[in-house]
Ligand binder design. Structure first.
Ligand code: QAP
Ligand code: CO
Length: 167
């Protein structure tokens, strides 16, 4: 397993739409393992393949306090949503930025596991928010897209500069 580099906003590759996984092979399982390792190493609760520059519909999540409840969603689709809640979100691709975002309170997602077996999962609280946040990545959407132009402009300026310094 290996830690992969996480793309940072405003990298244009974060805007790519991910395509479905059709091959459930050893390479896929290596990628999933790397994604968990990368997420845990960076103290994240969720990571989409898009963030490590693999544009396939794969998400890993662990919102548990003791980091022992990994959830992997392949080709996920939200088939039900209810309620509205506002929560502070962050993102490994938008470091140092935390803002309130409105999301559905409870979602049911249909997905496949690493072996291609289909399952459904109903989630609320942080897990529900995290699922919605990560699925957005697969569409090339970031949580800052939901903020006002003014806020997004400030974030863009700050991170664009940080990115320039890092190169
Ligand atoms: C998405 O985000 C999420 O800025 C996952 O310096 C977050 O794991 C969904 C992180 C909150 C719902 C609520 C962010 C780590 C991790 C940072 C993350 C940072 C270090 C973000
Ligand atoms: Co994110």
């Amino acid at each position: 397993m290996a830690i992969r580099q996480v793309l940072h906003y405003p990298d244009p590759r974060l805007r790519q739409r991910a395509t479905p996984v059709d091959l459930f092979d050893a390479d896929l399982r290596t990628l999933i393992g790397d994604m968990f390792e990368t997420m845990y190493a960076s103290q994240g609760i969720g990571l989409a393949a898009s963030q490590v520059d693999v544009h396939r519909r794969i998400v890993v999540i662990d919102v548990s306090a003791d980091r022992t409840t990994p959830v992997c969603l392949i080709n996920p689709e939200i088939i039900h949503r209810e309620g509205v809640e506002e929560r502070e979100e962050g993102c490994l691709s938008v470091p140092g930025v935390y803002e309130l975002v409105e999301r559905a309170e409870r979602v049911t997602v249909r997905a496949q596991d690493g072996n291609g077996r289909e399952f459904t999962l109903t989630a609320d609280d942080l897990l529900a928010v995290c699922i919605q946040h990560e699925l957005d990545h697969l569409e090339g959407r970031l949580f800052i897209d939901y903020l006002s132009r003014l806020k997004r402009g400030r974030i863009h300026k700050k991170l664009e500069k940080a990115q320039r310094v890092a190169l």
